[in-house]
Design a protein around this ligand. Structure first.
Ligand SMILES: C[S@@+](CC[C@H](N)C(=O)[O-])C[C@H]1O[C@@H](n2cnc3c(N)ncnc32)[C@H](O)[C@@H]1O
Length: 257
């Protein structure tokens, strides 16, 4: 089935919901990562610019790629409104091809879980390796396999009110396959202006959780070195309660013979 997500109303939902939260801890983490690894940086799946825009505002050189025109259009509109120059490319991380090398490439927001197939992860990691400077860093995040998939048998949801008389309500249901740790969700978004329903959108997506060993293995298989896992936004090792884990690794300085 075709993946149907990150389109019009979902992009609006994403921007409104993320705009209502404080992401400063996350932005600080990526700012520190760029300072350590060097510029320019590349964000894989940069979306509405939730992370990319504040990094540009801090003066970092960050490029974004994404496959969703609707998400990218929101990022570009924000940059224009704030007088920032964004370099965005509508390209898939599975096969991106950019005419430059990066000090840091990152896949945040648990982005490894966008992939259900190992072959897509291998392709992405190959592209990352090709686009990193020697000694450059790759950081990718994933959600680990939980002890139990607790929400599988119920709908969950919420709503957000905008200052413009807009209410966006959503509900979602997830189903996991414990044999593969692949999940499927149906995410229904409704937009009301005043008391009038103006738009409804159904988003279907598949994703995946990983064991720590699985997640580390992708970096090893692609030839990265100095591979280590850390608890989300920290330099501490992951614990049993880690909801998101980051893997940090480096491109070897010397090409292997
Ligand atoms: C959860 S959003 C994260 C957006 C942003 N990184 C953030 O932290 O707010 C995931 C993004 O990845 C993009 N995406 C999904 N598959 C992709 C692919 N194969 N190549 C590039 N971008 C992709 C989606 O369009 C979406 O904008």
């Amino acid at each position: 089935m075709e993946q149907k997500e990150y389109r019009g109303l979902y992009a609006e939902w994403y921007e409104r919901v993320s705009g209502a939260k404080d992401h400063s801890e996350e932005i600080d983490f990526w700012a520190r990562s760029i300072e350590k690894a060097g510029e320019p940086a590349l964000e894989l799946g940069s979306g509405t610019g939730r992370v990319l825009v504040p990094l540009l505002e801090q003066g970092f050189s960050v490029v974004g790629i994404d496959t969703s025109q609707d998400m990218m259009a929101r990022c570009l509109a924000t940059c224009e409104a704030r007088g920032l120059k964004a370099e965005l490319h509508e390209q898939s991380m599975l096969e991106f091809d950019l005419p430059r090398e990066f000090g840091l490439i990152f896949l945040g927001s648990g982005g490894l879980g966008l992939f259900t197939e190992d072959r897509d992860i291998h392709s992405t990691f190959e592209r990352v390796m090709l686009h990193l400077k020697p000694g450059g860093s790759f950081v990718y995040e994933f959600e680990p396999v939980p002890d139990a998939y607790e929400d599988d048998d119920r709908w969950t949801g919420d709503w957000i009110c905008g200052p413009d008389d807009v209410v966006i309500a959503w509900r979602k249901r997830m189903k996991h396959d414990p044999a593969t740790n692949v999940w499927q969700w149906l995410f229904i978004v409704k937009k009301f202006v005043g008391d009038r329903l103006v738009e409804t959108e159904a988003n279907e997506r598949w994703g995946r959780t990983f064991t720590l060993d699985e997640a580390l293995q992708y970096a090893k298989a692609a030839g990265f070195e100095d591979i280590r896992a850390t608890n989300w936004l920290t330099d501490d090792p992951p614990g049993k309660d880690s909801g998101v884990i980051a893997v940090q690794c480096k491109k070897p300085v010397e090409e292997p013979n």
